[in-house]
Design a binder for this molecule. Sequence first.
Ligand code: GSH
Length: 186
Amino acid sequence: MQLYGSYTSPFVRHCRIVLLETELKCEFVETDAAASAQKSPSKKVPFLHDGDIQLTDSTSILKYLREKSGDTYFSDIAAYDVFCLVNTAMDACVNLFFLEKEGLTPARSDYLKRQQARVDSIFTELEQIPLPHNAPYNDMELRLGCFLAWGIYRQRFSLGEYPKLAHFLEALNNYQPFRDTAPPSL
Ligand SMILES: N[C@@H](CCC(=O)N[C@@H](CS)C(=O)NCC(=O)O)C(=O)O
């Protein structure tokens, strides 16, 4: 089994955490944008190959890894919805990040203003939900942690206005699989 990805992607990080937690045997193949454009129809990382099985999205990869190791994947619909909400914010932030590199910012686009407003309202919502301060962490919580850590790493946002999220991330940073998958220093 091979997981293709980068060491900076929050989507890939979540898969790497699950590989550490489950101890499944898997080769990590470092993959840049050019290689993912050739090897996956989504032209994104992560993607996973296991014999005949080819998966193109972190969500299906996580389901596959959890179930392969005998665990369940999101039996709780409320947690799954928060996971989806985090994905929506993360997709919008990654979008804003790539477009900013090309000089496109919310100041110049109504759609990007909407993307930014979407991220802001999701943060307000996430600050209200109860979150743990020690392991075990479920996949919604791991997803949220990967997103928050990525945003800080890429200087997309700070958590000054969100003390509960900041406290959650501070505790998660002590969880070994989370520590072991931190992105490289810039
Ligand atoms: N829905 C995808 C999103 C993955 C994603 O956005 N990956 C980013 C890296 S963080 C990527 O490869 N972006 C390349 C691009 O947008 O061209 C998943 O959950 O795997």
